[in-house]
Design a protein around this ligand. Structure first.
Ligand SMILES: C[S@@+](CC[C@H](N)C(=O)[O-])C[C@H]1O[C@@H](n2cnc3c(N)ncnc32)[C@H](O)[C@@H]1O
Length: 217
């Protein structure tokens, strides 16, 4: 069967930047995702980015939701941000709130967004996501939880607890790293979500918020 090259995002300028990042993606010899207590500042050269197939899904879901307000933990060099920003632009406008603790990565992400013509659709907040994502300024339609391994509880778990009250009912959460304590949270109906595990990148969890006030009944 020939390779399926179909993609829902049909902007050659954006896709050129996405393709460049995808082909430049590399991993350090000792993958920090397999180790505990690694300092993200030591990995400023590495994107650890989502795969294009995950980006295609992000773009498609955000178009379907008519998403205009999106949050991501974290931004890294901006691969996921490119898909989100293209979706809000194509939905008529909006903002992607990014978060990244490594200043050099924030600079790289901003350059990549500018090269794709998408700078007007992003608010990349530099610093620790515990602080930068505390107040999203109103309900969001979609959240990506694609963080850094090595904390207990995991950063994914800490950040979903911060973001969940700020996600609208019907909004989606995508998780890339399958942190066990994140999965415990998103799969527990008491927290107001339904979720499914997709066969992408070794298991991508996709949740939808169905309950505005979990735990109140
Ligand atoms: C897996 S990467 C994100 C990849 C990005 N979503 C993409 O597709 O290109 C995780 C990022 O989290 C950042 N990070 C780690 N701890 C953080 C924190 N406490 N606050 C904000 N960013 C953090 C790391 O520097 C790293 O760039």
């Amino acid at each position: 069967m020939p390779e399926n090259t179909h993609r829902p995002l049909c902007d050659s300028g954006v896709n050129t930047v996405i393709d460049r990042l995808a082909s430049a993606q590399q991993f350090p010899p000792n993958d920090p995702r397999a180790r505990l207590e690694r300092d993200p500042h030591d990995y400023s050269e590495y994107g650890f980015s989502i795969l294009p197939k995950q980006g295609d899904l992000i773009y498609l879901l955000c178009r379907g939701l008519r998403a205009t307000r999106i949050v991501e933990f974290a931004t890294s060099v901006g691969m996921s941000t490119l898909y989100f920003a293209a979706a809000v632009r194509d939905n008529g406008g909006g903002t992607v709130i990014g978060s990244e603790i490594v200043p050099a990565k924030v600079a790289t992400a901003k350059r990549n967004l500018a090269a794709a013509g998408l700078s007007d659709y992003v608010d990349i907040r530099e610093g620790d996501a515990h602080t930068t994502l505390r107040d999203l300024g109103g309900p969001v339609d979609f959240a990506l939880i694609d963080g850094w391994l090595g904390n207990d509880p995991s950063l994914a778990r800490q950040v979903i607890e911060l973001i969940a009250p700020q996600l609208r009912v019907g909004g989606y959460v995508m998780n890339d790293n399958a942190e066990p304590d994140f999965l415990d949270y998103i799969r527990d109906p008491a927290n107001g979500f339904l979720s499914v595990t997709l066969p992408l990148h070794g298991g991508t969890e996709l949740g939808v918020k169905v309950d505005a006030s979990p735990g109140s009944s």
